[in-house]
Design a binder for this molecule. Structure first.
Ligand code: KG4
Ligand code: ZN
Length: 343
């Protein structure tokens, strides 16, 4: 069975083709293609939803053609068309949903709406070192920061989540305050390499709250205060110190809460997914902490940390293999811009 996956929830258009055997086995990625809108949104310092939607329209069919050509496949071989149904920007989601349903109708194939976070959560199954179930998942993206217990595909228990900003948002907003580009996370991480995190003392909200919830709004406010104190003539070295201190504060909280979740669940495996999972310092710190405790850490391949079509095709395929998917053959569709993975 071949599943075509379309991701268009934010500022990346992703398309991929995944193949799975009906009897089981992890689905295999046959080809994927991605177009990032970063260059387009950079001038505005953040994602402009209307521009994002229009660009998805331009990209999605050429990307689909490329994926099928790279896989040596054709539309006839597509058995199910999957798309990101939510959460995300409504207009952007509508493009992927509309195209998926139009393709499904034209081909006479069913379509399947996928939860974007489930895509992130399952993306490490496409890596060279896929996790075994059950595991703890740390989902760290631009819009979400959650710790989950994952017992199986579709069987998720929310252990804790952010009560305000997401970890990616903390990176992005702090980077913006420091005058770094968009998206802020990678820019702040690059600058942090030249800084000393101990120069600035920043808060780690809820670190010892005894819960698995997160809060990053206070950290952002503390960064704002430091930026104002440093003034407009701030030297590059101080900026690098502040970037390092910010990254360290975010990473400290993520590592501390991840270890607490492992302790609480008694599980020995953790999966890190979502854009912030690409952060090298987070990986280094978490790997070191988990190695000490004989806990295995799994990440998606670097290219699959941020949004992509492969994770959407994969999540659809894994649900279909387990009989958990509700495919639609009427080709009517809706999108769910706000859609909790666990309610
Ligand atoms: O998962 P994702 O691509 O999109 C959402 O679903 O939100 O995550 C994007 C987030 C952004 O906040 C971006 O700044 C952050 O991931 N990010 C990083 C890094 N790469 C991406 N944050 C820190 N370090 C990175 N290397
Ligand atoms: Zn995402």
């Amino acid at each position: 069975m071949n599943v075509l996956g379309i991701e268009s929830s934010c500022d990346e258009t992703g398309v991929a083709l995944v193949e799975c055997a009906a009897g089981g086995g992890t689905p295999v990625l046959r080809a994927q293609a991605l177009h990032s809108q970063i260059d387009m949104h950079q001038a505005y310092g953040g994602v402009v939803p209307e521009l994002a939607s229009r660009d998805h329209i331009r990209r999605v069919l050429p990307l689909t053609r490329k994926v099928l050509a790279d896989a040596g496949s054709s539309l006839d071989e597509v058995d199910v068309v999957a798309f990101t149904q939510g959460p995300g920007l409504a207009g952007a989601l509508l493009v992927g949903a509309g195209v998926a349903c139009a393709l499904g109708a034209a081909l006479g194939r069913p379509v399947l709406g996928v939860h974007h976070l489930e895509g992130h959560l399952l993306s490490p199954f496409l890596s060279a070192d896929p996790p075994e179930l059950p595991f703890v998942a740390l989902l760290v993206s631009g819009g979400h920061t959650q710790l989950m217990r994952v017992d199986d595909v579709g069987s998720y228990e929310l252990l804790g989540e952010t009560i305000d900003d997401a970890a990616g948002e903390a990176f992005d907003k702090s980077a913006k305050l420091m005058g770094l580009g968009y998206p802020g996370g990678p820019a702040l991480a690059r600058l942090a390499e030249f800084g000393d995190a101990s120069v600035f003392d920043l808060p780690r909200p809820l670190l010892h709250s005894g819960t698995l919830d997160f809060s990053f709004a206070g950290l952002k406010t503390a960064v704002r205060t430091r930026v104002h104190k440093l003034g407009s003539n701030v030297c590059e070295q101080d900026k690098a110190h502040l970037a390092a201190a910010t990254q360290q504060a975010i990473v400290d909280v993520l590592v501390h809460k991840s270890l607490a979740a492992l302790k609480e669940t008694g599980l020995r495996r953790i999966v890190v997914a979502g854009g912030v999972g690409a952060n090298a310092w987070l990986r280094e710190q978490l790997n070191a902490a988990c190695a000490k405790r004989q806990v295995r850490v799994h990440y998606p391949e670097f290219a699959l940390c941020t949004d992509n079509g492969a994770m959407i095709a994969l999540a659809a395929a894994m649900r279909l293999q387990r009989g958990l998917a509700k495919v639609r053959s009427d080709h009517a569709f809706n999108v769910l811009p706000r859609w909790p993975l666990v309610s």
